[in-house]
Ligand binder design. Structure first.
Ligand code: ZN
Length: 136
């Protein structure tokens, strides 16, 4: 079994942002030489998340609006007394910082409407993305 790790950085430009990183992950998978196994996509951050969903421009706004609706940035969160980003921690905790995708024949088994999306919740920042490919 091979284990391959690739890391890249995404520079976000606004506080809330959705970045389609599918191509970057696919490049990492290609260079891994692994054909069958699993791909883990992970952000080592507490205020960003990884989603597997449609890269449609209206939905990009909807994802952000959903976060603002569910984790209201202006609410009286206790964490905001020391750091003004409680909403980002809470949304990242619920959505999750990683996704696992099966790999078969060198292709990630994504659905047609499943792109790999980095969700910035407290930008702008430089976000590390770790892609680990394991298999044969
Ligand atoms: Zn914080």
């Amino acid at each position: 079994m091979k284990v391959f790790i690739k890391e890249f950085t995404v520079a976000t430009r606004t506080r809330f942002e959705v970045v389609d990183i599918t191509g970057l992950v696919e490049d990492a998978v290609s260079s891994s030489g692994v054909s069958d196994g699993i791909v883990v996509v992970h952000v080592p951050h507490a205020t960003a998340a990884i989603m597997l969903n449609e890269a449609e421009p209206n939905l990009f706004h909807d994802y952000v609006d959903m976060v603002k609706e569910l984790f209201k940035p202006d609410a009286q969160w206790r964490h905001n007394m020391i750091d003004n980003n409680a909403h980002a921690h809470l949304a990242a905790a619920v959505i999750g910082s990683s996704r696992v995708i099966p790999l078969r024949g060198g292709r990630m088994m994504r659905g047609t409407w499943q792109n790999i999306l980095l969700l910035e919740l407290d930008g702008p920042r430089h976000r590390r993305v770790i892609v680990e490919v394991m298999g044969v």
